[in-house]
Design a protein around this ligand. Structure first.
Ligand SMILES: *Cc1c(COP(=O)(O)O)cnc(C)c1O
Length: 370
């Protein structure tokens, strides 16, 4: 069996090659490199797809989060509640604005923020909650929305891993003041470089974002505000448009692969599979993540690597224990569920092009591990 990567981007290119090659030639001919018709078209299509009024293309998922907080007026001394079990960027952007990240532990079953622990962390300074739809599963939004309403807080969804996912038939990115997406090459909808997008149904926030992403100006050289440079490239937008047509079918394939994994792995006593309510949630399985409960997670990863199977640990260190965030004063034991997850999780290869034969090989090797 040939080595099985965590992702097969070249296989994905093969299925979209014709369209991508044609549009790229057109963009080169028109020199439509920044902004332009492809970006506008992508924004329109993704706003529609996410059931929001607006979508604003930006430079990355990180910038989508950063600009969202900025547009909501989050600044020095404000508190923003989020999860310690996510990619660093979620929290980095809070800190970059001088605001204070406040962590709330996760639900052991879904790995997402535990809504029942949020309220006691809300203070007079709290301005926003950033739920992260980790691995492609939307966080438990109903109680989060209730709290946001009660305390007049913004919700900024980190939907970077969850494009197309739904919760009670509502799309990821449509719950908060904004929804933040990343088109990083390994995401479910991905560019050939960096890219991101923000969804919102607030006209005011949309306008603010359009201004901020382009040096604080709506009209060139008339800079009314301090902003930044965070635009989406025409080339990336064209690639994304070509791939977007396949997104639903790719997400369905991921779901199917996850189902096959679950069925075949459920007999292994030292593996715990996460479950979700399929009636309430539509998971897009950005990752298929299992818990290795026998204390041998790292050994299993090493063993699978020897067998040519690539796996990834998302994430080995919960954010409150990272060196960069030491100044927040958290310590080991503060978020036991996230800390345990960090020791146990392992993400297995999942991508639309993964073959059943490859999946069987992976399962066979895991089953033989002692
Ligand atoms: C990928 C990701 C980001 C950052 O996106 P970039 O496009 O890489 O900047 C933020 N949050 C989560 C949860 C992500 O998975």
């Amino acid at each position: 069996m040939k080595a099985i990567p965590s992702n097969d981007l070249f296989a994905q290119y093969t299925s979209t090659k014709k369209e991508i090659d044609t549009t790229l030639k057109e963009i080169i001919r028109k020199s439509a490199f920044i902004g332009g018709e492809y970006v506008e078209k992508l924004e329109k299509e993704l706003a529609k797809f996410c059931d929001t009024k607006y979508a604003i293309g930006v430079n990355s998922g990180t910038d989508a989060l950063y600009l969202s907080l900025w547009a909501c007026g989050i600044s020095k001394g404000d508190e923003v509640i989020t999860t310690p079990f996510t990619f660093f960027a979620t929290v980095e952007v809070i800190a970059r604005l001088g605001a204070i990240p406040v962590f709330v532990d996760i639900d052991p079953q879904t790995f997402n923020i535990n809504p029942s622990l949020i309220e006691k962390k809300i203070t007079k300074k709290t301005r926003a909650i950033i739920p992260v739809h980790l691995y492609g599963l939307v966080a438990d939004m109903e109680p989060i929305q209730r709290l946001a309403k009660k305390y007049k807080l913004h919700i900024i969804e980190d939907a970077c891993q969850a494009i197309g996912a739904t919760y009670k038939n509502k799309k990821a990115g449509s719950f908060g003041t904004t929804g933040c997406f990343s088109f990083y090459p390994t995401k479910n909808l991905s560019a050939w470089g960096d890219g991101g997008l923000i969804t919102t149904s607030s006209k005011k926030v949309a306008r603010q974002l359009v201004i901020l992403r382009n040096h604080g100006s709506l009209k060139k050289y008339y800079n009314d505000h301090i902003g930044t440079s965070s635009r989406l490239d025409g080339i990336q937008a064209a690639i994304l448009l070509a791939k977007f047509k396949h997104l639903d079918s790719w997400n369905k394939k991921r779901l199917k692969i996850a189902g096959a994994y679950s069925k075949k792995l459920s007999k292994i006593s030292w593996l715990r599979l996460s479950t979700f309510d399929g009636k309430k949630q539509n998971h897009v399985f950005h990752q298929f993540t299992v818990r290795v409960t026998n204390g041998k997670r790292d050994k299993l990863q090493e063993y699978l690597k020897e067998k040519g199977i690539s796996t990834i640990i998302y994430y080995p260190i919960p954010l409150h224990l990272l060196k960069a965030l030491k100044y927040l004063g958290y310590k080991r034991g503060d978020f036991p569920v996230a800390e345990k997850a960090a020791k146990e999780v392992l993400s297995l290869p999942i991508y639309p092009e993964l073959k059943l034969k490859q999946l069987s090989y992976i399962v066979e090797k895991i089953s033989a591990f002692r």
